[in-house]
Design a protein around this ligand. Structure first.
Ligand code: ATP
Ligand code: MG
Length: 295
């Protein structure tokens, strides 16, 4: 069965977002300690991370924002095991990450590069089940149909990607990632290539999925408004070598609504707080005192 109920009663998402995390109830699912990463290009060393530490609690929706080139994608790739850190330690559910780990799925920004043009919607989604090779065909098909429904692609099962809009293709990619039933979904600017309305619909979709199934989301975006709308917590990075500039708990109640949430005065306050932090940093005007959150 797909749905694992997310507890709502006393542990409402509003409380979870606004109250300090209680480790006994929500253990960290991802932990990074003293992370270092540098690249050498044409004999020149570029330090992207020198000493980055963070902890992501199970069930959180965490967005990472920061200036272009500060290392957001590199951080996500290191967490996913696709990129090796130059130093430090990353753990997923307490175990060191030494390569792509079962239970963590990375959704690339450019869905056109990760979707198979020669496969139908159903076949693309079924690819997500390739690690379950022993699953009977009928069961696999049933499971795929469940995920087709989840992302709202009913009726398009036998369409090929070229017969779909960009937003629909992105839904296929999301379904293919979710069918693996990951504990953690890592998304790198997943909605940046679609129009504003499709983007709003995909934001609603990902929030609905997150509230329906037991999932931790780590979401990279350039868009501060998108981050505030989606997240329970936002980590804002400084320029490379990146530090955590600030960590902001987003105390807006869930479920969120594209009209009402965005119209809330608190939404505007949070957007201003985050945007001004990034903007002042970009202009070299961020006070040193704001650079915090790193051990
Ligand atoms: N494989 C690589 N080889 C050399 N340098 C790299 C490599 N990958 C990333 N970099 C460098 O590391 C820095 C961080 O890159 P990264 O892609 O993580 O930034 P980003 O924050 O995701 O930027 P954007 O917001 O533009 O996507 C950049 O200066 C980039 O040039
Ligand atoms: Mg990037």
């Amino acid at each position: 069965m797909l749905a694992v109920a997310r507890p709502i009663e006393g542990d409402s998402l509003l409380n979870r977002a606004s109250a300090p995390a209680t480790p006994a109830r929500r253990p960290p699912v991802i932990e990074a300690q003293g992370l270092q990463k540098s690249f050498v290009v044409n004999g020149k060393r570029l330090a992207v991370f020198e000493n980055m530490s963070l902890s992501i609690a199970q069930g959180d929706f965490v967005s990472i924002v920061g200036p272009s080139g500060c290392g957001k994608s590199t951080l996500l790739k290191m967490i996913s095991g696709l990129e090796t850190p130059s130093g430090g330690d990353i753990r997923f559910q307490g175990a060191p990450v030494t390569g792509p780990a079962d239970g963590m799925i990375y959704v690339f920004q450019q869905y056109t590069k990760s979707i198979f043009p020669w496969r139908t919607v159903l076949e693309n989604i079924e690819f997500g089940l390739s690690s379950h090779k022993n699953m009977p065909r009928a069961l696999a098909q049933e499971k795929c149909r469940e995920y087709v429904q989840l992302v709202g692609l009913d009726g398009y099962e036998h369409h090929y990607p070229y017969q779909l809009s960009g937003g629909m293709q992105q839904r296929v990619v999301i379904a293919r990632a979710l069918i693996c039933e990951p504990a953690v979904l890592l998304m790198d600017e997943p909605f940046s290539a679609v129009d504003a309305l499709t983007r709003a619909l995909l934001q609603e979709l990902i929030l609905k999925i997150w509230s329906d199934i037991e999932l931790t989301v780590l979401f990279v975006t350039h868009d501060v408004e998108e981050a505030v709308f989606l997240s329970s917590q936002i980590i804002s990075l400084s320029r490379a070598p990146a530090r955590i500039h600030e960590t902001v708990a987003i105390d807006l109640p869930y479920p969120r609504d594209q009209i009402a949430t965005r119209a809330a005065p608190r939404f505007a306050e949070l957007r201003k707080l985050l945007f001004s932090g990034i903007f002042l940093q970009e202009k070299g005007l961020a006070p040193e005192a704001l650079v915090r959150g790193e051990s």
